[in-house]
Design a protein around this ligand. Sequence first.
Ligand SMILES: [Zn+2]
Length: 209
Amino acid sequence: MKPATVALPRQDPPGHLAARQHLLDAAQALARERLVIGMTGNVSVRIGNVVLITPTRIPYARMGVEDMVSVSLEGERFAGRHPPSRELPLHLAVYRRRPRFAALVHTHSPYATAWSFLGEPLHPQTEDNEYYGIGPVLTAPPSPSGSSQLAAAAADLMSDSAAVLLGRHGLLAAAEGLDQALDVARVVEHQAQVAWILRSHRVGPPQRS
Ligand SMILES: [Zn+2]
């Protein structure tokens, strides 16, 4: 294992270095797989009552473990030289309301984001959705990024589901761990792609007037 060569906050509990590295790896996977573009999207992990979340407006390729921001479940900031993602209220609301989740991934992946503009549940339920036990993917009403309305609506719609579409915005995927939350984000993007193929087949090409 590589020795820690970064200046981590002194108040970081033991074990958080590994968690910071895991969070960084997950965030960089989002960019590499084009589930987000540029500096958009965000990832967090909950360790007990502490949440580590990616910082706002730092390119994923330049992000380091020391850039991850740690906050309490109430949003009190413990450590981090940058502000947290502006979707922090969304992450904290889901952790507080849905304690079975310990990792969240927010993407703007294209097919899921496109479906979020329809304001409809994502259909059909695919084999992959069932295999990963994701549940029904509903769409929260459009609300501003970082708002308490968005946070409350998303947490509401995750009572029976590990994913929710944020209206006219993107996707929030959840799981017990980061790798599983990434899988949920990938599966829902795939599900949305299948949904669009079926819909375009049914609707057909635009008619000329
Ligand atoms: Zn977003």
